[in-house]
Design a protein around this ligand. Structure first.
Ligand code: ADP
Ligand code: MG
Length: 611
């Protein structure tokens, strides 16, 4: 029997104690999956050491070199060897695994890195004149030696995975690894706004290229958080987000989340922290999605940085080797907290359309102004020529009448309405936009989008009270569908009838629509049904019937709203504006687009160079 070769079949029955080096290499597979996870562990150690400045540099996507320097409390010379051995930590004594206030506690990171690369720690504590350094290379520990150093710690990790070449193959391109590193640093920087961070790519030598830099923030926690988030997520996020500050059963939720009009096509900008720890928690992310389900459909995602804080005993952080996941003792409470806090804040912020919309509008004006300068110059020249020949007044006036299809509303003067938030309707243009005058500017309302929102909110209210009343079609509409579509609809028929939409099977794959929601008035039943089916396809992976029904309701609302193209009377426009003012969430349509844009007089004056 070949004892030396443990992989032969006969030998698999012999149980061996693995060497420390082998155990560390195995642990490394979980703790340091790639350069960014090594950086995460090192920066977390610096934070745990009370550092106020952390400088991170790397080469070749972190594959050849990672260096983390901090000004924390350092490691004493006689502790350096211990720091490198497995399950050695200064952060817990092992008696209470639920009461953990530090990022680290497993005592695995440093030995794991030392097992799969060349790790050097140089450190100095207070009140000693000289620092010390230790190196471990592929699991082999070298002697501790004195080394000059300022107070704090520098950890250098070279040639990650050179001791385990198989792992090297799983690394992605330098660019992808660098991206993952930035992401890790940004998440940690968000959770620690009072600490200063710099991240440098030093691949090409020298001081390298600064990838990210955030100076320590000042002020109270909310100020600091706001400053740090504007730095990381951008000033547009800061301008288009609202503050969240809620508490439920002893759990708190703070942070910032974006207005529905400021969304992304993916969930990359959603950051969640539990007791300061960045986590990727599926149930919290799904709670975030649920909170916005009324506003964002079709693959749009809010941006958010949300911080959950609770008693340390109520959340288990020891369920994932890289500590990226946590487990709550009462998952229902935290989910409820996220949904209710965001919904509540959204209701309060519902009237605010995204400021980027107004900015973009102004930007567009300015751009077209520039690109039109030459045209205008030419036009002015020809106009001035014409002026010599004709009467300018005549020309200008008829041009206006022909080209500008503004429809002046036949409104008695309604100056008393100006003081309202959305002002007094002045005109309807291009048969869809209401222009109104406010105390300090103008508002442009998309009548279709706005009305769609109002109908939706009404439908939801009615549904909650006692269901939506229906009207019977004089001639029931028979619709031929695919087998799958008809099955999907028939499954939901009981719920649809609560919407006032009654359908029955009509043999084969046909259905017959007998009643439609009364609020919609006369409606094309077939296009309504097809729209509902489309909406259901978008939500096919959702198991939550409530989300599905809300989505359907919003489609239904679309059918009942004033179409663009309908000419509105002055009173009708003002009535719409007044209703928008009192309806929650009326700042955006059911798809997260703004329903109105507000331009301040001062902005308009800027456009004309008056300021
Ligand atoms: P853990 O963080 O889980 O305790 P690590 O292997 O990451 O385990 O670190 C082992 C120990 O080394 C830590 O408990 C800490 O005492 C010490 N240490 C590591 N990095 C630093 C640092 N940057 N500053 C001060 N002490 C450190
Ligand atoms: Mg650690």
């Amino acid at each position: 029997m070949d004892i030396k070769n443990p992989t032969t079949k006969d030998n698999r029955r012999i149980i061996r104690q693995l060497s420390d080096a082998a155990a560390n290499r195995i642990a490394a597979g979980e703790v340091v999956e790639r350069p960014s996870s090594a950086i995460k562990e090192l920066v977390e150690n610096s934070i745990d050491a009370g550092a106020s400045r952390i400088d991170i540099s790397y080469s070749d996507g972190g594959k050849t070199l990672i260096r983390v320097k901090d000004n924390g409390h350092g490691i004493a010379e006689n502790q350096l060897m211990l720091a490198l051995s497995r399950h050695a930590t200064s952060k817990i004594d092992g008696t209470d695994l639920l009461n953990i206030h530090t990022f680290g506690f497993r005592g695995e990171a440093l030995p794991s890195m030392g097992a799969v690369g060349r790790l050097t720690i140089t450190s100095r504590i207070e009140n000693v004149s000289m620092g010390a350094t230790i190196t471990v290379d592929g699991g082999v520990i070298h002697q501790v030696r004195p080394a000059p150093s300022s107070i704090g710690t520098i950890v250098e990790l070279r040639n990650l995975f050179h001791a385990t070449p198989a792992r090297l193959k799983f690394l992605r391109t330098d660019r992808a690894e660098s991206g993952a590193i930035s992401d890790v640093i940004k998440r940690l920087a968000m959770s620690e706004p009072f600490i200063g961070f710099t991240l440098r790519d030093i691949t090409s030598g020298g001081k390298g290229r600064i990838i990210f830099r955030a100076d320590p923030e000042a002020g109270d926690l909310f100020d600091a958080m706001y400053g740090r988030l504007s730095k990381i997520l951008g000033i547009d996020f800061a301008k288009n987000s609202f503050r969240v500050d809620a508490e439920r059963d002893g759990m708190t939720l703070t942070g910032y989340a974006s207005l529905p009009t400021y969304s992304r096509g993916s969930s990359v900008s959603q950051y969640i922290f539990v007791n300061g720890r960045p986590v990727k928690d599926k149930s919290l992310l799904s709670a975030l999605r649920a909170a916005y389900s009324d506003f964002l459909h079709n693959g749009r995602y809010p941006l958010a940085a949300l911080f959950v804080e609770c008693d340390f005993e109520r959340v288990d952080v020891n369920v994932h080797p890289a500590k990226a996941e946590v487990r709550f003792r009462e998952p229902g409470i935290v989910r409820g907290l996220v949904i209710s806090a965001l919904r509540h804040a959204l209701a309060e912020e519902g009237h605010r359309a995204s400021s980027t919309v107004a900015d973009a509008t102004l930007g567009a004006f300015k751009k077209s102004e520039i690109s039109n300068i030459s045209t205008n110059l030419r036009m002015n020249q020809s106009w001035s020529r014409e002026m010599q020949n004709n009467n300018l007044d005549q020309v200008g006036f008829s041009e206006l009448q022909n080209n500008f299809s503004a429809r002046q509303a036949s409104i008695e003067t309604n100056n008393d309405q100006i003081s309202n938030r959305l002002g007094a309707a002045r005109a309807q243009v291009h048969e869809n936009y209401i222009i109104s005058q406010t105390a300090d500017g103008i508002v442009i309302v998309d009548q279709h989008a706005a009305h769609e929102r109002l109908v939706y909110e009404k439908l939801k209210n009615k549904m909650a009270l006692n269901g939506v009343s229906s009207q019977t079609l004089l001639i029931p509409e028979i619709i031929e569908l695919s087998e799958q579509d008809s099955a999907v609809l028939m499954d939901l028929s009981a719920d649809l009838s609560r919407f006032g939409l009654s359908i029955e099977n009509f043999g084969g794959n046909s259905i017959v629509v007998r009643e439609t929601p009364a609020i919609l008035g006369e409606v094309n039943a077939k296009s309504l049904i097809l729209d509902i089916l489309d909406e259901l396809k978008d939500w096919s992976e959702s198991n939550l019937i409530k989300e599905k029904l809300d989505a359907i309701l919003s489609r239904v609302a679309c059918h009942g709203s004033i179409r663009s193209g309908r000419i509105m009377k002055g009173e009708e426009m003002n009535a719409l504006l007044r209703e928008m003012e009192i309806t929650p969430h009326s700042g955006q349509c059911n798809h997260g687009r703004p329903t109105y844009v507000k331009l301040k007089l001062s902005d308009i004056e800027k456009l004309f160079g008056r300021t």
